[in-house]
Design a binder for this molecule. Structure first.
Ligand SMILES: Cc1ncc(COP(=O)(O)O)c(C=O)c1O
Length: 377
């Protein structure tokens, strides 16, 4: 599609993707060190160093690395020993892995509404969704924002529910100084290539105590007794991270503060530039230090999102729609269910280039193109 905007903004301008990792620290050297050591599978010093560095960031020693954020969620839910019919409350407005893994672990996802201001699990909707079959709740900290964990954790505690925070998108985010994951029985992170810290593919699971950590470690390694080779004491999987991935992760996490500072400056610039224009950002809560993983906003009601995204693409700027609601997916379809807030956000949201090496002139370029694209849609 060419509506003239591409020509006006110059097709020769550099392409701005939604994300690209910044691997400019020790990542390459550590990766080569791991390679040269021949410890290329799931043992090696980089795994220990990466887990230790991660533990320092989240403030608990009970961490174990896995091979992606989806198996992290499955491992976490597996450790809850769900019985058939056990219900897990989850927002429908989330990445699909949050929901698929509940089913994979034998549970029943119960879709709850999100709040209109921060797009995250609404504690009142959670309260309304609790039944005698509810076993757990999965708050999902989307785009670096943090769910109202004071209210969610209090409700979960009152009703005897397990908490599994999906922190895939929120490394570096905290609520009243407590890092995300800190309210959970088990919590999970992702290190996919577009995440704040990447290992290529990778994930982390954190546990509330040493006993839960041991269960996770055994289950991620085929259920094998750590003291007796080929003796399998529990159901298990191969969900281990490689030493190669951990080497990249160590190089990344060493620079976490710089990465977060860059992302926060980018997000602040987007908000400043677009103030006064008819876009809605996720609300900022005073309790939250937001990692600003991916800057996302809602287009005005009635705007043609596809047309806006096409115009931006013509200006060599990549954007993405936010997630579609899980209850609209064929395998989780609930034609009877209406979640107006989730459905509205899913229909109007887009994510903008947010990678840490994006410079301020490039943020300005995205903003100008977005304003022009939305005005024409
Ligand atoms: C909210 C959420 N949960 C889970 C995942 C799954 O992580 P991964 O892609 O590492 O499997 C993602 C990531 O993409 C995510 O955004």
């Amino acid at each position: 599609m060419n509506d003239g905007l591409g020509a006006r903004t110059g097709a020769a301008l550099p392409f701005l993707p939604v994300y690209q990792p910044d691997l400019s620290g020790n990542e390459r050297q550590y990766l080569l060190d791991a390679f040269d050591s021949t410890w290329i599978s799931s043992r090696g010093s980089f795994l220990e160093r990466f887990e230790a560095a991660f533990a320092g960031v989240v403030g608990t020693p009970h961490v174990t690395a896995v091979c992606n954020g989806t198996v992290a969620l499955h491992l976490a839910l597996h450790a809850l020993d769900l019985r058939p019919g056990d219900e897990v409350i989850v927002p429908s407005f989330t990445y699909i892995a949050s929901v698929n893994t509940i089913v994979q672990a034998g549970g029943v996802p119960i879709f709850a509404e999100v709040a209109a201001d921060d797009w995250l699990l609404d504690p009142e909707a959670m309260r309304a969704a609790i039944t005698p079959r509810t076993r757990a709740v999965m708050p999902v900290h989307l785009y670096g924002a943090v769910c109202d964990m004071d209210r969610i954790a209090a409700l979960a505690h009152h009703h005897g529910l397990a908490v599994v925070e999906d922190c895939a998108e929120a490394l570096g985010s905290s609520w009243n100084g407590r890092h995300v994951g800190g309210w959970s029985d088990v919590a999970t992170f992702s290190f996919f290539g577009n995440k704040t810290v990447t290992t290529g593919e990778g994930g982390m699971v954190i546990a509330r105590d040493a006993a839960m950590l041991r269960r996770l470690q055994i289950a991620k390694g085929q259920g094998m007794d750590p003291e007796r080779r080929y003796w399998h004491v529990a159901m298990g999987f191969n969900y281990r991270m490689t030493n190669l991935a951990a080497a990249i992760g160590l190089g990344q996490i060493e620079r976490l503060d710089a990465i977060l500072a860059a992302k926060r400056a980018i997000a602040a610039r987007y908000r400043d530039n677009l103030a006064g224009h008819p876009f809605e950002f996720q609300a900022r809560k005073p309790e939250v230090a937001n990692s600003e993983w991916l800057v996302s906003l809602l287009l005005p009601r009635g705007a043609d999102r596809e047309a806006v995204m096409h115009r931006l693409a013509a200006a060599r700027i990549e954007t993405r729609p936010v997630f579609y609601c899980a209850h609209h997916m064929p395998h989780h379809a609930r034609p009877d269910l209406r979640l107006p807030v989730s459905e509205d956000i899913a229909a109007r949201g887009i994510s903008l280039p947010s990678y840490p090496t994006l410079n301020m002139a490039e943020v300005d370029r995205v903003c100008e193109a977005l304003v022009a694209a939305a005005a024409g849609a």
